[in-house]
Design a protein around this ligand. Structure first.
Ligand SMILES: Cc1ncc(COP(=O)(O)O)c(C=O)c1O
Length: 466
């Protein structure tokens, strides 16, 4: 496999690279469910009305039973939404209803339960198609998660279409799920992976991406919203440049589909993937969107039941997409749960969710910057730059896992620490890990206030040992 980087960005570890060792100090905790968490919310740091009482976060919080509990006597503040989102009662009910009243296998039975399960499963596919404005539900393939969806494209489209010398362009900020499958394909085909670095503003440098494009480029694999930098890429622009040289574009929309309107027609994406569990749906289900003509020309990824037309002892013929790519019994209840999540999100409105999250994102960013010796990664928000509602950061001389552990055990604030499945990006940033607080529309300003207070307490605690 040939692996090249733009200006050696991926492989070169900056001199300031710090290997930070975590403090493996864990204690047992107690869990207690409480009727209402908002009752004990502390006084806000500011009085911004869009985030005040009656905000989207305050209105939707009651829909999420898990949020209303105490850990170690403190209300739970869940700020790990980029890893997975919480599930509203509507989704829990849809799952329960499926298993209690019409659990059955799809596409194979003529009895009532099977017909009902099939209808609901296919309705869920239609809901996904409508949600991202696909032309036809047959452009939606259900997968186990976004990772499997990317592997599907890599093993099916990639192995069939890439050859030695062809180029696949990615950015250094891609999630491992969007990098590793293409390393496999590059090893097998001799295709070259090219990685685009960041601008000074710590946003993937799409001008460099444009300069890297050539007739050798066959595919661009790019995220829509970064799960570390919180940057948002102009996918429509990238797609138009790619199409000018005859390349396809695979969009990793894991961090955009749950938070904003995503319209595959206006983006022009050839492939797009997302995971249900990040969009208030169940785990175990995700989807691949692919343009009809591309999916129709692609060979199967996995062999087995459901994906065939006819099976002979020496060969088989295959079903049309999407069945061609859904071998075996699918995650039926989970797909139906995803459909319920989409109904729930659509009921609120993705624009409304996005607008609220932009406010919350700015509030988080501004308040985080008040912590001494903090470094927040990604662009500074401005009139022209919206950040997604997450912040990855480091505080001088404190390991991010120590921060996350202290926040969890002393304050019941759940954030994430580590490389967030983006090791190349962390190397590029000169660290091996960061802490990350990530929000969703059911978070409130009080959640951010609690987090900032807890972080301030944490940094003061560690500073006291100096
Ligand atoms: C940007 C991005 N891409 C891909 C993935 C992989 O999603 P999954 O683990 O659900 O397959 C994630 C999950 O963290 C992500 O944030």
């Amino acid at each position: 496999m040939m692996l090249t980087t733009m200006e050696g960005a991926v492989l070169k570890v900056p001199p300031s690279f710090r290997t930070i060792k975590p403090n493996p100090n864990h204690t047992n905790r107690t869990f207690r469910t409480v009727p209402s968490a908002t009752a004990s919310a502390p006084a806000p740091l500011t009085t911004d009305t869009k985030l005040g009482p009656g905000s989207l976060g305050h209105l939707t919080r009651p829909d999420f039973p898990i949020l209303h509990q105490e850990l170690n006597g403190k209300r739970l503040v869940y700020l790990d939404n980029a890893a997975t989102s919480q599930k509203p009662t509507a989704v829990l009910n849809a799952l329960r209803n499926y298993y209690e009243s019409y659990n059955s296998n799809v596409h194979r039975g003529i009895h009532y339960l099977s017909a009902k399960a099939t209808d609901e499963y296919e309705l869920a596919r239609q809901k996904v198609a409508n949600f991202i404005n696909a032309s036809d539900s047959r452009e939606i393939v259900f997968t186990r998660n976004a990772t499997e969806a990317i592997n599907l494209v890599a093993y099916s489209w990639g192995l069939a279409n890439l050859k030695e010398g062809d180029e696949v362009i990615l950015t250094v900020a891609e999630h491992h799920s969007a990098i590793v499958p293409w390393q496999f394909v590059a090893q097998k085909t001799g295709a070259v992976l090219k990685f685009v670095s960041l601008t000074e503003e710590e946003v993937p440098d799409i001008e460099k991406l444009r300069e890297t494009l050539s007739r050798q480029t066959k595919l661009i694999v790019v995220h829509h919203v970064s799960n570390v930098l919180a940057s948002v890429l102009p996918i429509d622009q990238v797609v138009s440049w790619a199409h000018d040289v005859g390349a396809k574009v695979l969009v990793d929309a894991c961090q955009s589909v749950p938070h904003m309107e995503v319209d595959v027609k206006s983006l022009g994406a050839d492939f797009l993937v997302a995971s249900s569990h990040k969009m208030c749906g169940p785990t175990g289900i995700g989807f691949l969107y692919g343009k009809s003509e591309l999916l129709s020309a692609m060979p199967p990824f996995l062999g087995g039941g459901e994906m065939i037309s006819d099976v002979y002892l020496d060969h088989s013929t295959y079903a049309e997409p999407p069945s061609r790519f859904e071998a075996g019994t699918p995650a039926i209840g989970e797909a139906i749960g995803l459909g319920a999540a989409i109904d729930y999100l659509s009921g609120i409105g993705m624009q409304k969710i996005h607008d609220y999250e932009v406010e919350l994102a700015n509030y988080l960013y501004e308040n985080l910057r008040s912590i001494p010796n903090i470094r927040v990664y990604g662009p500074t928000p401005s009139k022209s730059i919206n950040r997604a509602a997450l912040c990855s950061f480091n505080v001088d001389d404190i390991h991010p896992t120590d921060i996350a552990t202290f926040l969890d055990q002393q304050h019941s604030v759940a954030i994430r620490s580590g490389h967030h499945c983006a090791q190349p990006l962390h190397r590029y940033l000169g660290v091996n890990a960061s802490a990350r607080a990530s929000l969703h529309f059911y978070n409130t300003k009080e959640d951010v206030d609690d987090f900032i207070r807890a972080l301030s307490d944490t940094t003061n605690f560690f500073a006291s040992f100096k």
